[in-house]
Design a protein around this ligand. Structure first.
Ligand code: IMP
Ligand code: MG
Length: 176
């Protein structure tokens, strides 16, 4: 069975915004290496697309981590278990965490604290989507954001519904 999906943000608009973010990050990180950290699995699509738009003069390195949050149903609890940790230490690196979407901010709040303890030179956050109305953890500061959206459940560009639709090239809203 296929779910009912309505286009919210087109592929063209996403591509254009990713180019803009890439240009901005290239300017902000001039003379440095950006160490991108992807939170699997959702972030992987956006991270690779974004890295393609970072200027060749700014070296990019990347690492991956996988977390699962304990909690009832679909709500994340903020208690995060590291399923796969990073391969590399962060000390002295200019770290950019790349996420697909920030909702309550519970996952990121926990994760950013943990990463900060590893003493990176800098730590910033880039997300493709943000649902600011849903934010519970006010300490989560978004440095780069693709699009702010309303409180709707979205899929595509890495985001899933029951592990489906991550591969959609646009952002779709599931209408149940
Ligand atoms: P938070 O801890 O509440 O901020 O949860 C963030 C995580 O929930 C994201 O990284 C996504 O994996 C998932 N999530 C939140 N909203 C959506 C959505 O609209 N579609 C798909 N996944 C979502
Ligand atoms: Mg995620």
């Amino acid at each position: 069975m296929t779910d009912n999906i309505k286009v919210m943000i087109t592929e063209d608009r996403i591509e254009e915004r990713v180019r803009e973010l890439g240009a901005q990050i290239s300017r902000d990180y001039a003379g440095k290496t950006v160490h991108m950290i992807c939170v699997l699995k959702g972030g992987v699509y956006f991270m690779t697309a974004l890295s393609n738009r970072i200027d060749i003069s700014v070296p990019v390195s990347m690492d991956f981590m996988s977390v699962s949050s304990y909690g009832a149903g679909t709500k994340s609890s903020g208690i995060v278990k590291i399923v796969k940790d990073l391969d590399e230490p962060l000390a002295g690196k200019d770290v950019l965490v790349v996420e697909d979407i920030i909702d309550s901010g519970r996952t990121l709040s926990y994760l950013l604290k943990l990463l900060r303890e590893r003493k990176p030179a800098s730590l910033r956050l880039c997300t493709l989507l943000d649902k600011p109305d849903r934010r519970v953890m006010k300490d989560v500061v978004v440095d780069y954001c693709g699009f702010e959206i309303e409180d709707k459940f979205v899929v595509g560009c890495g985001m899933d519904y029951d592990q489906k639709y991550r591969n959609l090239p646009y952002i779709g809203e599931i209408t149940l």
